[in-house]
Design a binder for this molecule. Structure first.
Ligand SMILES: Nc1ncnc2c1ncn2[C@@H]1O[C@H](COP(=O)(O)OP(=O)(O)OP(=O)(O)O)[C@@H](O)[C@H]1O
Length: 334
C-alpha cells in the first residue's frame, strides 16, 4: 500500500464575486503520508482555512474548487479516491470513518441540545450498525478517557463544560470511528496556552498510539515546529515552502519562511527581540506581479517582480523562490 495517504494536486479554490474572483488557493500540491502530522502555517489571509475546507469538501459558495485533485487512500481501499467530484452523499461515507475534522470552535461541532455521551453513541452507531447501545457506551468511555475526560462528563451538555474540555471532547469525537486522516483548523485558538499544550500533547500521543495522520492548520509556527513532522508554508494562496519541521525552523529556504520564523519567540531560549516581516500580506484581488512576496522580500532581485517562481525540490525541501531556482536560464527566459 502506498505510503501517501493524501495527494493533493493543483488544487485551486476561488471566491466567486461579481466584481471578479479571488483565488485563495492557487495550484496547491502536497502529500500527506500515513501517520504523519503535516502543519500548514502562514499569516492571516494566506488561504489556510480555504485549503482546509476544500480538502474536507466542506467549502460553500462563494468558494468554488475550480481545478485540481484530492487523491485519498483510506485503509481498505485499493485505488485512490478523488474527493473533488464526489457528491455529498458519497462524501458522507468517508466522513468520520476515514476523514474527520476538528474545527476552530468546539461549539460548532457539538450539538448543544444533546449530552456529550449521546453524541458519541450516535456517531459510533451510525457508522457501525451492529454496535449495540451498551457497546457504544463502553466505546464512548474509552474515547473520552483517551483525552482525559470522565464518564461523568459524558452526561454533561456542551455548555456545561469549559472550552478546553469541549475541545478535547471534539478531538475524541473526531477519533471515534478510527479515521485515517484528522484535519484540524486552529483547534486550540479558543483555549488558554496551558490547555493548548495539553490538547496538542494529547493529539501527538494519540497519533503515536492509533496511527492516524493529521493536517494541522495554525498561524503559530513555533507550535507546529514542536508538533509537526513536516510543515507547509502558505503565502497569498500558494505553498511557498514545504520541509521537515526541523529544516523549516533551522534552515528556512524561502525568505518568507525565514521572516515568519523570526517573528515567533525562540523555542527554548529567552525572547530577545522579534523581527516581524515588514509590510502586510497582499490583497488577493490585486496581487503583485511575479512572486507575490517580492514587495516585502529583503532578498528580491531582478526576476522576482516579473516571474512567478514554481515550487521545486531543493534538497529534501520544496521551495518556490528564485534564489533557489536550479536553472537560472529558466528564470531569465520566462
Ligand atoms: N467568504 C469569502 N468571500 C470572499 N473572499 C474570501 C472569503 N473568505 C476568504 N476570502 C479570501 O480568501 C483569503 C484567504 O482566507 P482564509 O480564511 O483562507 O485565510 P487564512 O490563512 O485561513 O486566514 P486566518 O488565519 O485569518 O484564518 C482572504 O484573504 C480573502 O481574500
Amino acid at each position: 500500500m502506498s505510503d501517501d495517504l493524501l495527494e493533493v494536486r493543483g488544487l485551486t479554490v476561488e471566491y466567486v464575486a461579481e466584481g471578479g474572483s479571488v483565488r485563495a488557493c492557487d495550484d496547491v500540491s502536497f502529500t500527506v503520508r500515513r501517520g504523519e502530522i503535516l502543519g500548514v502555517a502562514g499569516e492571516s489571509g494566506s488561504g489556510k482555512s480555504t485549503l482546509i475546507t476544500a480538502l474536507t469538501r466542506l467549502e460553500r459558495p462563494p468558494a468554488v474548487t475550480t481545478a485540481g485533485q484530492i487523491l485519498f487512500r483510506p485503509h481498505g481501499v485499493a485505488e485512490p479516491i478523488d474527493l473533488v467530484p464526489l457528491t455529498e452523499k458519497q462524501l458522507r461515507k468517508h466522513r468520520w470513518r476515514d476523514l474527520a475534522i476538528v474545527m476552530q470552535s468546539a461549539m460548532n461541532a457539538l450539538n448543544p441540545v444533546l449530552r456529550l455521551g449521546a453524541q458519541f453513541t450516535d456517531v459510533l452507531r451510525h457508522h457501525d450498525r451492529g454496535l449495540g447501545r451498551a457497546g457504544a457506551e463502553r466505546r464512548t468511555e474509552e474515547l473520552l478517557s483517551l483525552v482525559g475526560l470522565t464518564a461523568a462528563q459524558a452526561r454533561s451538555y456542551p455548555h456545561e463544560l469549559s472550552g478546553g474540555t469541549r475541545q478535547r471532547a471534539t478531538i475524541a469525537l473526531a477519533l471515534a470511528c478510527g479515521a485515517d486522516l484528522v484535519v484540524m483548523d486552529e483547534p486550540t485558538t479558543a483555549v488558554d496556552v496551558v490547555m493548548q499544550r495539553q490538547i496538542l500533547a494529547n493529539v501527538l500521543r494519540l497519533r503515536d498510539e492509533l496511527g492516524f495522520a493529521v493536517v494541522l492548520v495554525t498561524h503559530d509556527l513555533s507550535l507546529l515546529v514542536e508538533l509537526a513532522d513536516r510543515i507547509a508554508i502558505m503565502y497569498a494562496g500558494k505553498i511557498v515552502e514545504v520541509g521537515t519541521a526541523h529544516d523549516i525552523y533551522h534552515r528556512p529556504s524561502h525568505p518568507y519562511t525565514a521572516g515568519l520564523r523570526a517573528s515567533f519567540p525562540p523555542l527554548h531560549a529567552p525572547v530577545e527581540r522579534l523581527h516581524g516581516i515588514p509590510g502586510t500580506p497582499p490583497d488577493l484581488r490585486r496581487l503583485p506581479s511575479g512572486c507575490a512576496f517580492h514587495p516585502r522580500c529583503p532578498k528580491r532581485f531582478e526576476p522576482c517582480d516579473s516571474v512567478v517562481p514554481r515550487l521545486s525540490a531543493v534538497g529534501d525541501q520544496e521551495v518556490a523562490c528564485h534564489l533557489h531556482s536550479h536553472d537560472r536560464s529558466e528564470v531569465v527566459d520566462a
